[in-house]
Write a protein that binds this ligand. Structure first.
Ligand code: GLC
Length: 469
């Protein structure tokens, strides 16, 4: 095989070099195909709203990257990035010993964190299957602890009332046909049949599955994967399921990775809590809870979901740093959940330097993540008194009342055509990591900043001898 790297894997779309480079970049960001093809399945289109309702309501999920790579602890691409030969890597399989109850721990943690669904890597690019599959012995039920981890995962998620998502990598570095299927028709025939059979097992043997989360479709096109037939089988087996866009088809939702970018369709941003998806033993650079809460809010503000990853250690234990942060996020959601879960679509054009915004029916939620506190400018500018105000420009709907979500305490305010000013607030942030102020508006909240400037009088400012009005 030609020398290949991660970008090469992901950027196999063809075309002239500059095009390939940008396609590869886009594709790498989404971890899937550079070109997705519109699905042709009528059932999928007709039933989409109904199938996706719970997921839109859920907003926040847990991603779990767990496999043989967790034993090495150099993230999930280690087999490729360190060039580990298959026979060596395979030897990890007999050492794969998740501790009893590991999946229960993940599910209980997700529940405490306020996450409503979980997505587990049933097979990552390494090719090792976490379920009891008849298609290969390279699986957790026949090696190591000899347990079906997918079965344990599904039971654990269900026990906590969480949605069940199965991640499945189409790319397979272990299967003998996983790469040669690109140019060898017989290998392709075998490998595509193998892949379809694995998906069939996953969607047949574990009861109701809520999400199928495909990943990396290298090296085949949607047509070569028979992705249409794949999705047709998926919906025949699980009529209520939703599927993502990484098998070469556009699926039910888009999957921006490591970035929060709204799409003009359903979307879910997936992100890590430190640098890696799979466990990295020395990576202690945890994103703080404020960053996680902000990212969740930014997704919801723009109508998307947030899938946040944990990378358990060899025995399935969750790294301490992830637990601490998820617990803080969960505690915040217990008082501020209305501002996230009830949110219904994009919060118009609201923005601020220290605020995010979500909306639900007649409520506008102002999420203050850097508490303004006292500014020396308050001594200089009348508009900044009384001190410690949170101000929001461009609120066009009439605000009827305001209160702190943390305590329910009412907040005083003034409103004119340009700005809403919340006054009488304490110097210290009332909540941590973010304080949410709930505004009840007359009708649907409407915020647009760029209406301010044209409407704002220029107060007779004199430039070049001309007085403005
Ligand atoms: C990419 C990576 C993979 C990770 C995934 C998560 O596709 O290849 O390691 O599982 O993104 O979105």
């Amino acid at each position: 095989m030609d020398p290949i790297n991660r970008r090469g894997f992901l950027g196999a779309a063809g075309g002239a070099l500059p095009v390939l480079a940008s396609a590869a970049t886009a594709q790498e960001q989404d971890g899937g195909s550079a070109r997705t093809v519109k699905a042709t399945l009528a059932y999928q289109e007709e039933s989409r709203l109904r199938r996706m309702k719970w997921w839109h309501d859920a907003k926040f999920g847990m991603f779990i990257h767990y496999g043989l790579y967790s034993i090495i602890g150099h993230q999930e691409w280690v087999m490729e990035s360190e060039g580990i030969p298959i026979p060596d890597y395979e030897r990890l399989a007999v050492r794969f010993m998740p501790k009893p109850g590991a999946a229960r721990e993940w599910a209980r943690l997700a529940k405490r964190a306020g996450q409503k669904y979980m997505v587990l890597t049933t097979k990552h690019h390494e090719g090792f299957c976490l379920w009891d599959t008849a298609t290969t012995d390279y699986n957790a039920a026949k090696q190591g602890a000899r347990r079906d981890i997918v079965r344990e995962f599904v039971a654990a998620a269900r026990a906590e009332g969480l949605g069940v998502g199965l991640y499945f990598s189409l790319m397979d570095w272990h299967h003998p046909d996983g790469a040669r299927c690109k140019d060898d028709a017989a290998a392709r025939e075998r490998f595509v049949a193998y892949t379809h059979a694995q998906i069939r097992e996953l969607l047949t043997n574990y009861g109701k599955i809520d999400i199928l989360w495909y990943d990396v479709d290298w090296p085949l096109s949607a047509e070569q994967w028979r992705a249409d037939a794949m999705n047709r089988m998926v919906f025949a087996l699980q009529p209520g399921i939703i599927v993502n866009n990484r098998n070469g088809l556009d699926g039910d939702f888009a999957t921006p990775e490591h970035r929060i970018t709204a799409a003009d369709r359903a979307w879910e941003s997936c992100a890590t809590m430190n640098y890696g998806w799979g466990y990295q033993r020395t990576d202690e650079e945890w994103k703080p809870a404020r960053r996680i809460v902000n990212d969740l809010t930014l997704c919801v503000q723009q109508g998307g979901n947030y899938l946040l990853n944990i990378g358990p250690e060899a025995d399935g234990s969750v790294p301490r740093g992830s637990i601490d942060t998820l617990e803080q996020v969960g505690a915040w959601l217990r008082t501020n959940g209305a501002a996230i879960y009830d949110s219904d679509g994009r919060a118009a054009g609201a923005f601020g330097n220290y605020t995010n915004f979500t909306k639900a029916k007649d409520k506008l939620y102002v999420h203050v993540y850097f508490w303004p506190s006292k500014s020396p400018a308050a001594q200089m500018l009348d508009v900044l008194r009384p001190e410690t105000v949170v101000a929001v420009g461009g609120v066009r709907s009439k605000v009827l009342s305001a209160r702190l979500l943390k305590t329910g305490q009412p907040v005083r305010f003034t409103q004119d055509a340009i700005a809403l000013r919340l006054t009488g607030l304490p110097d210290e942030a009332p909540d941590d990591p973010t304080t949410v102020i709930e505004l009840t508006c007359e009708g649907t909240p409407y915020v647009r900043h760029h209406l301010i400037r044209p409407e704002w009088p220029r107060y007779g400012v004199n430039i070049g001898g001309q007085r403005s009005s």
